[in-house]
Design a protein around this ligand. Structure first.
Ligand SMILES: [Fe+2]
Length: 246
């Protein structure tokens, strides 16, 4: 069975880092209880603390999922401050695989100093097995070229009972009540429109939205809730979107 934990920067790790607390990033533990293995989504700010948290929960860390290249999510230079992230994780635990979309690789290289050969690169629809769970790469460009929402699903149990809803780790693509910025290097406003209204529209309504920052009224949401209340998911045409985005 998959277990998901949401950890907030400044509260659950990086507890003595004022910048981390200000950035309110979420890091997620995705763990499989049968194999006792786990992945971290967007490990940054405090690699020792995150690795210790995984060990405290009793799991072996086997990989990390990068949603996009920004240093507050994967480490690197953030306005002159060096943030820890996937490079430090890979150095400390060389067997841990760092998963990312292929279109994000050059940006990740630039920000972290890692080589593309240090990364495990994916295309839309690729899957990663984690015990009884499966993580699917959903390529959602817009915020950045290789922005990815990672979809974690549970295999159906042998008893035939309905699997629990999928979790979608949305990074800075979709927040509770908002979407990510589209004015940054590599951003593409038109692609963000297609991501929000076409790519994410294909996913089940009961999908749990697990965003990359604690920006919303609630820490998580569902796609159904966002489709009803998030103004960025209600835009009807590309023309309307372009007008709204200036
Ligand atoms: Fe970002």
């Amino acid at each position: 069975m998959l277990r998901i934990e949401q950890w907030l920067a400044g509260r659950d790790f990086a507890t003595d880092d004022a910048t981390a607390a200000q950035m309110i990033n979420f890091v997620y533990l995705v763990a499989d209880d049968t194999t006792r293995t786990a992945l971290l989504v967007d490990p940054a700010w405090d690699i020792d603390g995150l690795v210790a948290n995984v060990a405290r929960e009793g799991y072996t860390l086997v990989g990390a999922l990068a949603t996009h290249y920004h240093p507050d999510h994967i480490g690197g230079d953030l306005w002159g401050t060096q943030v820890e992230g996937i490079a430090e994780l890979k150095e400390r635990l060389p067997d841990v695989k760092i998963h990312a979309h292929s279109a994000e690789a050059p940006w990740i290289e630039r920000v972290t100093g890692m080589k593309a050969s240090d990364l495990t690169l994916h295309e839309d629809g690729d899957t990663i097995e984690l015990g009884t769970g499966r993580i699917t790469c959903v390529h959602t460009p817009g915020h950045s070229p290789g922005s990815t929402c990672w979809q974690a699903t549970e295999e159906k149990s042998d008893s035939g009972t309905q699997a629990t809803p999928a979790s979608l780790f949305t990074g800075d693509t979709l927040f509770v009540g908002a979407c990510g910025r589209i004015d940054l290097p590599g951003s593409d406003p038109d692609e963000m429109f297609r991501t929000l209204t076409e790519r994410l529209a294909k996913l089940p309504a009961d999908t749990i939205v697990q965003p990359g920052h604690d920006y919303g009224r609630t820490p998580t949401s569902t796609l159904e809730q966002e489709r009803r209340t998030n103004p960025y998911l209600k835009v009807r045409s590309l023309e309307e979107w372009r007008r709204g985005m200036g």
